[in-house]
Design a protein around this ligand. Structure first.
Ligand code: SF4
Ligand code: SF4
Length: 478
């Protein structure tokens, strides 16, 4: 289907019947121009290299680590258990995971209000993987100019070899990424073996394939298109900016009027600003924008243009910082405030949420006791003439170790448990125990009495569970 929409130009002064103008076509879509990012070195690039190494290292390493015999991070969907840094979460703990997600969101808002899109520029997986893919491209195909030349050149053995190596390395990294991602849900050691001996289940192949292709396309081909057209955060983050937010900005007061000159020329005498219009800040930009046009939603705050411009300023013997992290207020010569109502608001919510989650996890009882009274029979008399009630006892062990629990009941004279009172519950297990309780008839003072069940761990006596239930009996004897 064509993207061209015919537009008829109408001259209002002419008679409609006499209008002979031909329809014109206006192309509403601009095709993507490939961005050839120039390599740059500098302070912010060093910071990013550290953050990339750390994040990639954590991503590929943590999936292999264990703590007390449990995986450090593992989402065991069939068992509905989530292992996170030595704590096991069950579906009933889902509010904790939701709380952590809310904390992450507020953390992001807080940081964005203070420092703009630092998340996008330094830690977002799309940026991290794209930078690694760009680094591979640079190493295989050479510098920006060489890559442009290579792409324009007709097919040759050199071109085919370089492209094959580049795509091979991209696919290898994408496959390692896909395997690792699925390894957080499927034991990684088994996954690697099962995948390569063709013994994994169909879903494992599907998800490994899906994440391999997604990584290859997003970081290799789509790159800035993901940030520009697919990422919702890019669209709404500007509402978190205010005139005090530190963002990557060009200082037009210092830079304009821009223009080329020799190093020996005094810009003041030549009537020029400090921008020598070299265009390096545009050539290094991974989203292909010109930061001198002002704040743009395409800017991911990567600061590559700062490094490039600082390098130029150094060579020209001008002060650095023509492009820098600064605030709108600073650029207008007004004072900037780090602490302001918005940062206090986000900070307070963040601190409260973190406090609440820490308190909840610290006071979380790693086991749960539930008692269900059997509704089939109200009560019965056993061979000893005592009154019996039946229950289903459920003990869930949410700790990392097995526990042996002693079961007891209190609340009526001479009440006792007739069935087993010792139960071993493994880590993550939910044990169900049919239990019978009886009392002598003379202990019954009401047809419906309150009793309490206790389950005390022999493994860790500080772990003591209790819950209330009812004992139903005949009318008490007068
Ligand atoms: S890198 Fe600096 S000097 Fe060069 S065009 Fe950009 S702002 Fe101007
Ligand atoms: S303008 Fe480009 S290079 Fe500069 S911070 Fe924004 S995205 Fe990075």
């Amino acid at each position: 289907m064509s993207n061209d929409i015919p537009v008829k130009q109408i001259d209002p002064s002419s008679e409609p019947s006499n209008n002979k103008s031909k329809p014109e076509t206006v192309d509403l879509y601009a095709s993507r121009e490939k961005i050839y990012v120039k390599e740059v070195k500098g302070f912010f690039q060093k910071i990013r290299n550290v953050s990339l190494t750390l994040l990639m290292g954590m991503y590929f390493l943590f999936v292999w680590l264990t703590l007390d015999g449990q995986p450090l991070i593992h989402f065991d969907l069939p068992a509905r258990e989530f292992h996170l840094y030595g704590v096991t979460f069950f579906p009933k703990d889902f509010f904790l995971l939701s709380g952590m997600l809310i904390i992450s969101a507020f953390g992001l808002f807080f940081i964005t209000t203070l420092f703009g899109r630092v998340w996008c520029g330094y830690t977002c997986p799309q940026t991290v993987w794209t930078f690694i893919f760009m680094w591979i491209e640079e190493k295989v195909e050479g510098s920006r100019n060489k890559r442009i030349k290579l792409d324009k050149a007709p097919n040759s053995s050199e071109k085919v070899i370089k492209k094959t190596i580049k795509h091979g390395l991209w696919l290898f990294l994408a496959l390692a990424t896909g395997l690792t991602f699925v390894g957080y849900f499927y034991p990684i050691r088994e996954l690697i073996v099962d995948i390569f001996i063709l013994d994994a289940n169909g879903w494992a192949y599907f998800w490994v394939g899906f994440f391999t292709i997604a990584t290859y396309l997003n970081a290799g081909w789509m790159r800035e298109q993901v940030c520009l057209y697919m990422c919702p955060y890019a669209r709404f983050q500007s509402v978190m900016f205010d005139p005090n937010t530190k963002i990557v900005s060009y200082d037009p007061n210092r830079g304009e009027p821009r223009g080329g000159r020799k190093k020996s020329v005094d810009p003041a005498e030549a009537g020029l600003g400090d921008c020598i219009d070299c265009g390096l800040c545009v050539q290094v930009c991974p989203t292909g924008i010109d930061i001198r046009d002002g704040l743009q939603y395409e800017c991911i705050g990567c600061a590559l243009c700062i490094d490039a411009c600082d390098d130029v300023m150094e060579k020209m013997n001008y002060p650095k910082g023509l492009i820098r992290y600064t605030t709108e207020n600073e650029l207008e010569g007004k004072p900037s405030k780090l602490l302001r109502p918005r940062t206090f608001g986000y900070g307070a919510v963040l601190a409260l949420m973190i406090g609440a989650i820490i308190f909840t996890i610290a006071t979380r009882v790693p086991a749960q006791l539930d008692i269900l009274r059997d509704r089939g029979a109200l009560f019965s008399f056993n061979g000893e003439g005592r009154v019996e009630n039946s229950y289903t006892v459920k003990i869930q062990n949410m700790s990392e170790i097995p526990h042996t629990f002693n079961l007891a009941v209190e609340g009526m004279d001479d009440i006792r448990i007739l069935t087993t009172t010792t139960v071993v519950v493994n880590s993550g297990e939910n044990r169900t125990l049919p239990t019978v309780v009886d009392v002598p008839p003379e202990s019954i003072t009401d047809t419906n009495s309150t009793i309490r069940f206790y389950a005390v761990s022999k493994t860790d006596p500080s772990l003591s569970l209790e819950t209330e239930s009812r004992f139903v009996g005949p009318r008490p004897r007068q």
